[in-house]
Design a binder for this molecule. Structure first.
Ligand SMILES: NC(=O)C1=CN([C@@H]2O[C@H](COP(=O)(O)OP(=O)(O)OC[C@H]3O[C@@H](n4cnc5c(N)ncnc54)[C@H](OP(=O)(O)O)[C@@H]3O)[C@@H](O)[C@H]2O)C=CC1
Ligand SMILES: O=C([O-])CC(=O)C(=O)O
Length: 278
């Protein structure tokens, strides 16, 4: 059994609540304290759910609404699952304080000054900025062969029309009337991640692992026949060529987010606490 850990969570939406259920059932790699940083409007609900679903004899919980209170709880690691604005507001001070952070809203790094600020904050605090694979796979191979250069990466993100609601796609196509797949965005990973902050974090993950934000080609597609949230990409490099297609189950509480994202975060937590990292 690993050493007990003090975990901080930023956000209390779909990913955080689903993760809470997974953490509650995790006994092989124990958590001794879970501190949630949420918006003031969510604090009462978060307190009630933590008390009912997670707290116990050997588990303490706290709900806070500002980053200094989160840091005062001395978490060993913090997981951000709240969106791009929360990365901007909260992650630099946590890194500067010397605490490792897993960022789920990776597309925030498409803002080049913010990416630099996060790298500087991690260096200053001697902390690690951890970028999980999230809803996509094959990041290990991409990051490995990318070191040799010469990468060409092309990514297609297909989701059912509902998953694109509330995004700029609404102004480009009639999502409700769509009867066939429609590509509404073609561009770079930087453009995609910035225009679709809740839907194109995968494009940013591929860019950061591989060919960079400008050289990673992205297509975003609304497809009424999509069998879930689909991530397809192809890699051509001097060392390897491969294609990947992942059909992800969307979250019941947020069609934009694939459930596998939660499990990717859980993997980071287990790798941190457990005796083996894989
Ligand atoms: N890397 C990847 O592969 C993936 C990354 N993501 C990223 O994860 C994010 C979270 O996903 P999900 O949980 O499904 O989204 P949700 O919208 O369900 O949850 C996000 C929660 O964070 C809250 N929040 C917003 N701003 C702050 C803040 N400053 N401090 C604390 N809480 C805040 C939101 O409140 P309110 O609703 O009131 O704004 C909401 O409750 C997405 O926005 C996306 O950026 C998602 C899928 C895949
Ligand atoms: O969860 C997914 O399938 C991917 C996603 O939303 C993103 O890339 O932001």
């Amino acid at each position: 059994m690993g050493e007990p850990m003090r975990l901080g969570l930023i956000g209390f939406g779909n990913i955080a609540v689903t993760l809470l259920g997974q953490l509650a059932g995790m006994h092989d790699a124990p958590l001794e304290r879970l501190t949630v940083l949420c918006l003031p409007d969510s604090a009462d609900e978060a307190s009630a759910r933590l008390a009912a679903e997670f707290a116990g004899a050997s588990r303490e919980t706290a709900v806070v609404t500002d980053v200094q209170a989160l840091l005062a709880d001395r978490p060993d690691m913090v997981v951000e699952c709240a969106g791009h604005a929360a990365v901007v507001a909260h992650v630099p001070p946590v890194l500067r304080a010397g605490t490792d952070v897993v960022i789920v809203s990776i597309g925030a790094l498409a803002d080049a000054p913010l990416e630099q600020e996060l790298r500087n904050a991690a260096a200053e605090g001697k902390a690690r900025l951890i970028l999980p694979a999230g809803a996509v796979g094959g990041i290990d191979l991409l990051a490995a062969i990318g070191q040799a250069g010469g990468l060409e990466v092309r990514y297609r993100g297909l989701k059912p029309p509902l998953a694109w609601s509330g995004t700029p796609a609404e102004a480009l196509i009639n999502l409700g009337a769509l009867r066939e797949p429609k590509t509404f965005f073609t561009g770079t990973a930087r453009e995609a991640a910035q225009a679709y902050p809740k839907n194109a974090n995968v494009a940013a993950t591929l860019a950061l692992a591989g060919a960079g934000f400008e050289a990673t080609h992205v297509e975003l597609i609304a497809d009424p026949a999509a069998p879930g949230n689909v991530h397809e990409y192809s890699v051509v490099s001097p060392l390897a060529k491969y294609t990947m297609r992942i059909e992800n189950l969307p979250s019941a509480a947020n069609a934009k987010t694939s459930v596998s994202t939660v499990y990717s975060v859980l993997r980071e937590i287990r790798n941190r606490i457990g005796p083996v990292s894989i």
